[in-house]
Design a protein around this ligand. Structure first.
Ligand SMILES: Nc1ncnc2c1ncn2[C@@H]1O[C@H](COP(=O)(O)OP(=O)(O)O)[C@@H](O)[C@H]1O
Ligand SMILES: [Mg+2]
Length: 586
């Protein structure tokens, strides 16, 4: 084992002298307590280490021991349903946020295994060899995979029964005749993307149940979205809402460097939540990684890699996975702090020059793929960005924007007006939308792309007209423009606004979104026709159906969509009466 001796310490960074062949990114144990660290630089006889645990009490002369492998986490069936720290050590059900430094947690959970292979079978890396479910608690069935870098002929596989995660249950003989031991879980270096057979173009939408996202700024499975927003604009609530409602099979929720109370929703509420799709606890298909601001800064740096590695592991089982990272800005700050301690030349706003590369490497791991075993899997990544004082021109926002396809900008003004979700329809965009039109078409909305464009154009027009109205006064605008403003307000209130707390409206199915969009378009067409025929805008404002359209999201639940027929009839009747009344008046 490689050995070194500490020479210099500065917070989470230390230098040690060695004559042994350490490797870059090698995992190390530091001092008598065996604190976890990682080699991040090598120069002559000196290695530089970032320490993932609180190093209080360490001093020059203390020993460093190499572990002969890069920083890795153990991936297996014990992940789902649990809360971990940034290095994937279990925080227990109660989500306590500290472990004793140096503490190594050995999993105690047992799983009932059903073998899926028999002696003589050739298994490649990534192939499933067993199906497991937890013993003594409810939990979903999961596949256990041969580690991606191993393969061979099965010479032994244990019979169905209960086993611990690290027990050897299968033996393969590889091409050189060597025996490879396989357990239900296996280690994987977090900074190395897990291999796939091939990458596919991004796929059908990851449905979130949020109208402003699914209908206007949809994200495709395998896609990547960023949620920039100043303090208190609703990033955390939005990511939590998506975690609760999106149609992923597995959710990996990464709380990264935010204050403990920011994660309270996830730590307190999620363990009690019911999965709306199955009625079972939502946590059964979730992994929570909590690395709050009071935990060591270097562990925060590692936690995003831990999170995405865990997410890839489920993708490799042929699942649809969604990863939420809140907040990637705190991760960037951790990079900055470690870089500062290393004495590196700071770039813009003090961030290291490699910030951009690191962001690229992270988002690059989102993908829709054919897995090594030939299954379809996807990993969709959504990252919150917290620009100081909502300044979207700061480096983390700018650099992240280069690598994501979806930009869901939270707007301070909307949030202050308690308009939620506070996603700004003007600055937000989705580069996945075009691809997804075909999917909506199949779902019964052949006009989706055109309708979406019409909404977006209307909202842009609203911004322009409101600027004019502020100068000239609203009444000075011609009727057509006043109608545009009315319709834009209706789209905002009746469609984009969606309360996370309304039982009927916190989630909207694609069919509900299609019906609502269709009705609003119908309203716009009829209203434009009426104004063109000389009907005063004030009379349209007074139509009873307008009030109903504004509230339709909260009034009509996903399972009572036939009620939209009644609303449509009312709309037609109202406009019918209007033109009849108009003729009478004429
Ligand atoms: N979709 C929403 N529905 C209702 N209230 C919301 C919503 N989003 C945010 N809020 C309110 O705004 C507050 C701040 O939101 P939060 O997500 O914590 O902001 P951020 O993470 O951006 O700092 C929440 O505590 C909540 O009261
Ligand atoms: Mg937050």
């Amino acid at each position: 084992m490689n050995q070194a001796v500490i020479r210099w310490i500065s917070g989470p960074v230390l230098r040690a002298v060695t004559h042994d062949p350490f490797c870059i990114h090698e995992s190390v144990q530091v001092g008598a307590r065996g604190l976890l660290g990682e080699v991040i630089r090598m120069q002559g006889d000196e290695i530089t280490i970032q320490l993932f645990e609180d190093g209080t009490g360490l001093r020059p002369g203390d020993p460093v021991a190499g572990q002969g492998m890069p920083l890795s986490v153990r991936l297996g069936p014990g992940l789902l349903g649990h809360i971990f720290d940034g290095l994937l050590r279990s925080l227990g059900g109660e989500g306590r946020d500290f472990l004793q430094p140096g503490l190594c947690v050995t999993p105690t959970e047992r799983f009932h295994m059903t073998p899926l292979a028999e002696p003589g079978r050739i298994l490649k890396g990534g192939d499933p060899f067993a199906m497991v479910r937890p013993v003594g608690r409810e939990g979903v069935e999961q596949l256990c995979l041969i580690p991606p870098d191993q393969a061979g002929e099965v010479v032994e596989i244990l019979p169905g029964g209960d086993y611990g995660e690290e027990e050897i249950v299968c033996r393969l003989q590889d091409g050189q005749g060597l025996i490879v031991e396989i357990a239900l879980s296996h280690p994987w270096p977090v900074r190395r993307p897990r291999p796939v057979e091939r990458r596919l173009p991004v796929g059908p939408p990851l449905l979130t149940g949020q109208r402003v996202l699914d209908s206007l700024f949809p994200v495709a499975r395998g896609g990547k979205a960023m949620v920039p927003g100043g303090f208190g604009t609703g990033k955390t609530v939005l990511l939590e809402t998506i975690a609760k409602w999106c149609d992923a099979d597995v959710i990996v929720y990464l709380g990264c460097g935010e204050r403990g109370n920011e994660m309270a929703g996830v730590l307190d509420e999620f363990p009690r939540l019911e999965d709306p799709r199955t009625g079972r606890p939502l946590m059964e298909r979730m992994v929570v990684i909590a690395n709050t601001s009071n935990m060591p800064v270097a562990a925060r740096e590692a936690s995003v890699y831990t999170g995405i590695t865990v997410a890839e592991y489920f993708r490799d089982q042929g699942l649809k996975v969604a990863l939420m990272a809140d907040s990637t800005s705190r991760w960037a700050e951790a990079l900055r702090e470690v870089s500062g301690r290393l004495g590196e030349l700071p770039g813009e706003a003090g961030y290291p020059a490699y910030l951009s590369t690191r962001l690229a490497e992270f988002y690059e791991r989102a993908a829709r793929v054919i897995t090594l075993s030939g299954k379809n899997g996807s990993l969709t990544v959504m990252g919150a960005v917290s620009p100081p004082s909502s300044d979207f021109s700061e480096p983390v926002t700018i650099q992240t924007k280069r690598y994501v396809r979806n930009f869901w900008a939270l707007d301070r003004k909307r949030a202050q007006a308690r308009f939620y979700p506070a996603i700004d329809p003007i600055t937000s965009y989705s580069e996945d939308a075009e691809t997804l039109a075909a999917w909506w078409s199949q779902e019964g909305a052949p006009d989706w792309a055109r309708q979406r464009r019409r909404f977006l154009t209307l909202l842009e027009e609203q911004t322009r007209l409101e600027r004019m109205a502020r100068i000239l006064g609203k009444d000075a605008l011609p009727p057509g423009q006043r109608l545009t403003l009315l319709c834009a307000e209706l789209v905002n209130d009746g469609f984009l606004r969606q309360s996370a707390f309304s039982v009927k409206d916190r989630h909207a199915s694609p069919r509900k979104q299609i019906r609502m969009m269709g009705l609003l378009i119908r309203f716009m067409d009829r209203a434009e026709g009426a104004v063109a025929a000389g009907v005063a805008v004030e009379r349209i404002v007074a139509l009873p159906v307008l009030r109903r359209l504004q509230r339709m999201g909260e009034e009509i639940a996903d399972d009572e969509l036939e009620r939209f027929d009644g609303l449509e009839a009312m709309l037609e009747a109202d406009f019918g009466a209007l033109s009849a009344g108009g003729e009478q008046g004429a």
